[in-house]
Write a protein that binds this ligand. Structure first.
Ligand code: CUA
Length: 319
């Protein structure tokens, strides 16, 4: 366990922030940490001093009993109060700072929590995706968050603090990512059987890479009739085996219950971050969704091996 601290990768560490929100939380944490170190050293030193100085010795007389020492009483009431003031002031200042109104040019992403996946909508861009949010480096992002069912909590530790995602209410997180890369996150409020399987990623892209990603995501899928074999057959499996009832693929189907699959092939993971988006991962997921993610609403659809291979190839082609 101690060696784990030597790891070079900190995918989910709040101690290695990569956004202004995370920096503020980190500064606050370090401030309070040093106050706590001071309190620890003073209290333990006083305890050790008393233990050794006043221990019972053979032949020693009973110690003098002291009751109601005014100076001591005042000192140990005031000292914690002063420490609390030094903790409270930066804490409250940080709370207000992280609740401040976003800049006018911020990118809005609507975050919708579902049991057990994340929907990300970009109202300014008109695009919808799931479980992997792309944002440009250096631009403020406003997450406008709500839930479709129960209470979830959005937490990407490197970006900043967690915040609850509640049905019937909108909560907000504002952050400006400062470095390019992939940030891990997960639901941080117990929300049912697969709470631990409700992960997500935030991909922080260079601005031009983000623009390319957004352009690509806006493209509708190739119409089924224009597809080459065997992708057309794969699309037929999608259309005839029930997938279309819950999932949307722009230009092909318009289900609303499950994640939008228009560009599912462009994601690195599936099923809310629990499996790699490879033919093997996708097959494993489709074969046994409830086994992979207990309580999942995704039904297990009986498919032959051939149908499975066709469907997987079709979904992977949607990039
Ligand atoms: Cu959603 Cu825990």
């Amino acid at each position: 366990m101690a060696l784990a601290a030597c790891s070079r990768e900190y995918p989910q560490s709040a101690l290695h922030p990569t956004a202004d929100f995370g920096d503020q939380i980190d500064v606050l944490f370090r401030t309070i940490f040093w106050w706590a170190v001071g309190v620890f050293v003073i209290v333990e030193a006083a305890l050790l001093f008393v233990l050794f100085r006043y221990r019972d010795r053979p032949g020693a007389a009973d110690p003098k009993r002291v009751h109601g020492h005014t100076l001591l009483e005042v000192a140990w009431t005031l000292a914690p109060a002063v420490v609390l003031v030094f903790i409270a002031v930066p804490t409250i200042r940080t709370i207000f700072r992280t609740e401040a109104a976003p800049p006018a040019d911020a990118l809005t992403v609507e975050v919708i929590g579902h049991q057990w996946w994340w929907e990300f909508r970009y109202p300014d861009l008109g695009l919808v995706t799931a479980n992997e949010m792309h944002v440009p480096q250096g631009r403020a992002v406003v997450l406008s968050m709500t839930s479709e069912d129960v209470i979830h909590s959005f937490w990407a530790p490197k970006l900043g603090g967690k915040r609850d995602v509640l049905p019937g209410r909108t909560t907000r997180i504002v952050f400006t990512p400062d470095s390019i890369g992939e940030v891990y996150g997960q639901c941080a409020e117990f929300c049912g059987e697969s709470h631990a399987n409700m992960r997500f990623r935030v991909m922080v892209d260079a601005p031009e890479v983000f623009a390319l990603w957004a352009d690509r995501q806006l493209q509708p899928a190739v119409p089924v009739d224009s597809l080459d074999e065997p992708l057309r057959q794969g699309a037929q499996v999608y259309l005839t085996k029930g997938c279309l009832a819950c999932h949307a693929i722009t230009g092909v189907s318009a289900g609303v219950l499950g994640p939008n699959l228009t560009h599912v092939g462009s994601r690195t993971t599936i099923a809310s971050g629990i499996l790699p988006n490879t033919p093997e991962g996708l097959t494993r997921w489709l074969r046994n969704p409830v086994g992979e993610k207990p309580g999942s609403l995704m039904p297990q659809i009986p498919l032959t091996d051939d149908e499975m291979a066709l469907l997987v190839a079709y979904l992977q082609s949607l990039n």
